[in-house]
Design a protein around this ligand. Sequence first.
Ligand code: EPU
Length: 418
Amino acid sequence: MEKLIINGGNNLYGHVDISGAKNAAVAIIPGAIMASKGVCVIDNIPDIEDVRCLERILESLGCKLKKNNDTVNIDSSDIESTNACVEEVRKMRASYYLIGALLGRFKEARVELPGGCPIGVRPIDQHIKGFEALGAKVKIEHGAVIVKADRLIGTKIFFDVVSVGATINVMLAAILAEGTTTLENVAKEPHVVDVANFLNSMGANIRGAGTDVIRIFGVKELKGCNYSVIPDQIEAGTYMIATAACGGEVTIKNIIPKHLESISAKLVETGVEVISDGDSVTVKSSGKLKGVNIKTLPYPGFPTDIQQPMTTLLSIAKGRSIINESIWENRFKHADELKKMGASVKVEGRTAIIDGVDKLTGAVVKATDLRAGAAMIIAGLIGEGTTEIVGVEHIDRGYPHIEEKFKKLGASITRSTI
Ligand code: EPU
């Protein structure tokens, strides 16, 4: 067990390099299972626990993996098993992509139900609806999803809710199906587009990713390819918010500014300067911030994954801010932790009402989930005195080398065992 110890109060200066996108990588790695020949050489893979967990799962299925810094080579030509029922599968959310990938290639799979951050009920009914529409029989037994099909046949599927996971999973299952599959009311997140681009590099024929409708024209087989994962929009947003909250000037490098538009716009509303330049964005902040209202929405709206770090910033912004969380029903657990540091946050259902205070003060707090962890780090960075954060394993699932990156910007942050 480890904890992070932060001495707050430093401004942040310098630059930070953003890693590959977690939520793209955790779909691309299972996607590589679909190559029946050749090797997928995937670059810009973030060094995070969710990725390491997936790599272990792929090895348990018989894939051969070779790792070299942020590149992973995946050879799935000799997969021996379609049974993903190792403990690792239950530890993370994205393991559900194994269902679509194995079903697509082998017409069958047995995959433990996924785990992931405790941010509310996380159903997979839309994934199942898509698999069934393609012709698969789906049942849930002993905590595992079992899917089987004689044939997968392209069809039209209209999703009831906009879901990143269902969009990608059903896309995976449809790639080798007979005929054309049309997915409507799909998610448009940058990582959905990235996964489609990766699969097209393997020989898939997917059109329309990034719009409301995706068409998948069935192909006979997929093969290895070379691919580089896009930069992580949420990691970038986290460093932007940290800079805005702490004050200072930081250039966030290796990003796609277009993916950050909703975050940049909101930060500008708080009184911060945000300057985009090619593949970087610079945030300049005096640390004097104004309250704003936020509603989380599917892309291109304000991302739910940035809501928690933003709550911390708003806790010291002048005036009242209101956040409406429209994606997850229980994503305000960080509010109680922020209150231990002096924040004034009142949660009513899916709404948080934040009255800005002059300062936060250091305390022992918990990272209750991944992005709550980022929120607590930012709270520690702005807080007066020392903050200790436990539950660091949540943070390690999704933020590569977080304390090294913040240290380089001038933060006082160390890790120690409990
Ligand atoms: N939903 C359903 N039925 C389904 C699927 C989803 O009702 O079958 C609902 C969910 O309950 C939720 C909404 O649809 O209310 C959106 O869920 P979505 O399926 O888009 O979420 P997800 O795929 O499980 C991914 C990210 C999350 C991120 C959401 C929303 C991964 C591995 N996870 O989850 O990331 O919050 O999309 O953008 O890609 C994080 O990185 O911290 C994180 C939680």
